[in-house]
Each structure stands twice: as C-alpha cells, then as structure tokens.
Design a protein around this ligand. Structure first.
Ligand code: CA
Length: 428
C-alpha cells in the first residue's frame, strides 16, 4: 500500500501514547518557507490545483489568509527517539475503557454494523476495533486544519509531491461539498475523521453509508463504519475467517517466524506449535507466526485477514492492537502468555493516575489526560531521580506503584492506600 499508511494512526497513536516516531516525521523535517517562498509556493499550488479541476474560488477561499504551520515542522525536528515497548503500545490502545466503550457503542450502532458486515463481509468486531484505535470511537480525530497542514507540507520538506496530492484531494472534498471545510481537521499529516483516512484514501475508499448523499467520515458514524469495512474488503478481507489467534510455542523454539513467512498449519503443527490452551491448530490457509517480543512473549498464528488489518496502517503492533481489541470486544480475555517484562504496561486510567500522583507530588505534567507525552516523561524522570529509581521516563506499572507508595518529596496531598485512581475509569 502507499506511503500514506505510515501516517494513518498518527493522531491516535501519538495522542494515546505521545511517542510515535514514524519515519515519515523525520523525512518531512525541514525549515519553514520564508514569506516570499510561501506566497510563490501558494501561487504554484493554485495553478496546479486549477489545472486539476479545482475551482479558483474553492482554492482562494480555502487558502485565504493561511500561514505556514511552523509547529508542524518544529515538531518533526524535535521528535525524540523513543521506542515504545509493545506491551506499552497494547496497554494504551486496548484497555478496559476502550473495551467498555466499544461494547456500548457496538450495541448502539448494531444495525449499521450488521449492514456493513452483510455488505462487505467484514467482521463487525474488527470494524469497531479499527474505529476504537483510530479515533477512540470518533472522540479523538486531531485538531489541525488539514488545508493549512497540507499546504505547509506541500511547500517545505522532502515529501512535497506526496503532500501536494493530499492537498488536492482535500480541496476536492471541499469542492464536492461532502464535508464542510471547517470540519476538515486532523493529524499533522492530514489523516482525518473517525477513520483517520488520508484525503487521497478518502477519495478512493470512503462511502456514503447513511444514504444522505454525502461521504462524511467526520460527522457520520455510519459513513465511518461503512468506509472502514470498504477499506478492509479492498485490502483483501476474507469473509468468515479469523485474523489468527494466540498460540503456545514448544520449549526452546528456534524455528521460522514472521507475518510474511507463511506455512501450512500442518507445518506449524509439526514444529510443535499448539493453540494457547494446548489444543491442535485450527483454521485454513497459509499462516504466519507472529512473535512481537520474541519467543519468550505471546505468540500468534496469523492468517490473511491479519494482513488486511496490517494494510490499514503498516505496523504489526498496530494490527495486533486491532485484532486484540476485536477479540476483547467479542468477549475474549487477555493474552495467556505474559509479555516478557517485570514492568508491565498500564492503561489510560492508570496513566491518568500516574499523572495525577505526579502533580500531587509537585511534578508538572499539565492536565492529567492519560496521554504520555514529552512533558509527562520528563516529570516521570524527575520523580524517578528523586526516588532513586532508574530514569527511563516510562509510565509503567513500576512507576505507578512507586507513586502509590507514601512518598517524601514535595507532596501536596497524600492519598490513603487503596483509595483508587485519582481519576475515575471512564472519565474523559
Ligand atoms: Ca453520508
């Protein structure tokens, strides 16, 4: 799939985890255009747009008074090198809140999900899980004006040709009247709406599923769910097949692995691989063996449909979070094999608790929103330093437990042990 998929979940992932360092960010790094460069670039873009069928008035209205967004370019330059352990990634995207919210919303939108399932043959739990991971079920869609972001990236950086295409696709949305210009806000790179489609992806794959004549993935839940199902179908979803399931490796497993290293289930069985409960492998078709954290962590047999999820946003951790959230929405539990760490990841409610407890001790984290960004990591490091702990800046179980322990330090308020999270689960 094309390069835009690198950026698909940018809003969700970066806001949920505050730390994704996508290659695309670095590629786009550049100095902002000068005022002269900006105005001559806009003139050039105007000529190109009109040549591609965008009305002069549409262009002029959309770009009127638009200044380059220096924050975008600065953000690219300042992206810290920070690798998210897979267990932190999963803990932030598949937590109790997202499961509970997803179940409630699946109930509310059950008729639409049933229609999408019937029309596109895509499992409703997967559709809902994509919705939950991409935009927290439509609640976090990004706030940057698409036209401004994409014009900025069309005039600076090394991927101008790509972003110019996205800007044109955005102007086409405005021209068609599908989505009001004011609603076209999204991630830094232009992923927008409840599906976090790039504008060019919107043009190819968004559908009008509520029948009002407009393809509106921002305001219309049916359009967003239908468009997601359409996307997955086009990505090769096989109706009635699972994405895969957790398996158990034999002791000392040193055989092949990888999503793309496909073998028959008979071959995997011969290598001693069983379902997590010890029963024989089931399913049909070639499968890969996913080992996100090596042979000591959870292992998964993955089929063709895992690749379809992967196509939505080319990262295996992303695809696994969708797959796992779908299973949790279906009623499934946590993985049987724990992640190979003595410092497990924590969900958003616990991340808010970490932030609140840091605040209580006088460390500045801003608003406790469950989003672990640079500010929270800096505060965690400062707390770790004050407590004599290794300073990894990670919001994990170990730091949460250290914060729950009665502290010295600049405590403003002490909580009684067992008084629970500072912010109730479910509070947004
Ligand atoms: Ca519609």
């Amino acid at each position: 799939m094309h390069a835009s998929h690198l950026t698909f979940a940018a809003t969700t992932v970066r806001s949920a985890l505050g730390a994704l360092c996508a290659a695309a960010l670095l590629l786009a790094a550049s100095a902002p255009a000068s005022a002269n460069e900006w105005s001559s670039c806009l003139k050039e873009l105007r000529t190109i747009a009109i040549g591609k069928g965008i009305g002069a008035q549409v262009f002029d209205t959309a770009l009127a008074g638009v200044e380059p967004d220096a924050d975008i370019l600065k953000a690219f330059d300042n992206q810290p090198e920070f690798t998210i352990p897979i267990w932190d990634y999963l803990s932030g995207l598949v937590d109790e809140e997202r499961v509970a919210d997803g179940r409630a919303l699946m109930e509310k939108w059950s008729a639409v999900l049933a229609q999408a399932e019937e029309k596109f043959g895509v499992d409703r739990f997967i559709i809902a899980a994509v919705w939950g991971v991409e935009s927290d079920y439509g609640r976090i869609m990004g706030k940057r004006e698409l036209v401004r972001s994409l014009a900025t990236l069309s005039c600076s950086g090394r991927r101008q040709a790509f972003f110019r295409g996205e800007l044109l696709a955005t102007l086409r949305i405005v021209q068609s009247g599908d989505i009001p210009a004011a609603s076209l806000v999204g991630s830094w790179a232009g992923a927008f709406g409840q599906t976090q489609f790039m504008p060019s992806t919107y043009q190819r794959l968004a559908i009008d599923f509520d029948g009002d004549g407009r393809r509106d993935i921002v305001e219309s839940v049916p359009d967003a769910l239908g468009s997601t199902a359409n996307y997955l179908k086009r990505a090769g979803w096989v109706t009635g097949q699972p994405w895969g399931y957790e398996v158990r490796l034999p002791a000392g497993y040193a055989g092949p692995a990888g999503r793309r290293t496909k073998q028959s289930l008979a071959q995997w069985s011969e290598l001693g691989i069983r379902q997590a409960d010890g029963s024989a492998l089931t399913g049909s078709g070639p499968a890969g063996l996913l080992l996100p954290s090596g042979v000591k962590g959870p292992a998964f047999i993955v089929f063709r449909n895992f690749d379809a999820i992967f196509a939505y946003n080319a990262a295996e951790s992303y695809a696994l979070s969708i797959a796992h959230l779908a299973d949790r929405l279906r009623g499934g539990g946590a993985f049987r094999t724990p992640w190979p760490t003595d410092d497990p990841g924590i969900g958003r409610a616990q991340r808010r608790e970490v932030q609140q407890r840091l605040l209580d001790r006088g460390f500045d984290v801003g608003v406790p929103d469950g989003i672990v960004g640079a500010r929270t990591r800096t505060a965690i490091r400062a707390f770790q330093a004050s407590a004599g702990l290794p300073q990894d800046g990670r919001a994990g179980m170990r730091v949460l437990q250290a914060l729950r322990a009665p502290g010295s330090g600049p405590a403003v308020e002490q909580r009684m042990p067992g008084s629970g999270p500072a912010v109730a689960p479910g509070q947004k």
